[in-house]
Design a protein around this ligand. Sequence first.
Ligand code: SF4
Length: 189
Amino acid sequence: DGEKLELATIDESSKISFPLCMRNLHEGLRKEHHLKHNGRLQLGLFVKAAGLTLDEALQYWRTEFTKNMDVEKFDKQYAYNIRHSYGKEGKRANYTPYSCLKIITSNPPGAGDYHGCPFKYSDADILQRRLQTYKIPNDAVNEIIDLVKHQHYQIACAKYFEVTHKSGEGTATINHPNQYFVESKRFLN
Ligand code: SF4
């Protein structure tokens, strides 16, 4: 298991090494075969920074999107933006993957959106059920819900890391989804 995100094992990685926000987006993409603009950016820049090559990224998005649209439409409407985010088209804009602060404070998700930080934006009941579905032990679920109620979203995320990695010490806080990914890979290797 390498340190770089691989397309072939992305479903596995999303369960183990993605923070909840990115797991949510990945599962949303698999389920809807589509993500809206903000979701595409949040997830797209994350997987890029985690190591997907441009070809892998194109394949990742194309595989899902073309379940609902033909390849021509995908290539015309979406492939350009993916290449663009890899600096292959247009202005060589710097697309920095979003930090937690940015995800938590900007563009609140609306109906049908998968982006944003689930610790901040999920309803407590929904978050609780979700964590139970992910087999998080009940005492940890309660601790996470309590942190969320006190608006300690990034500490809740660190707690989620700690229990999903059985790391004992844990990290004090999570500042960036890619920090989460790197620490997870380091822990597993
Ligand atoms: Fe994602 Fe950061 Fe929220 Fe964790 S705290 S789920 S990494 S936005």
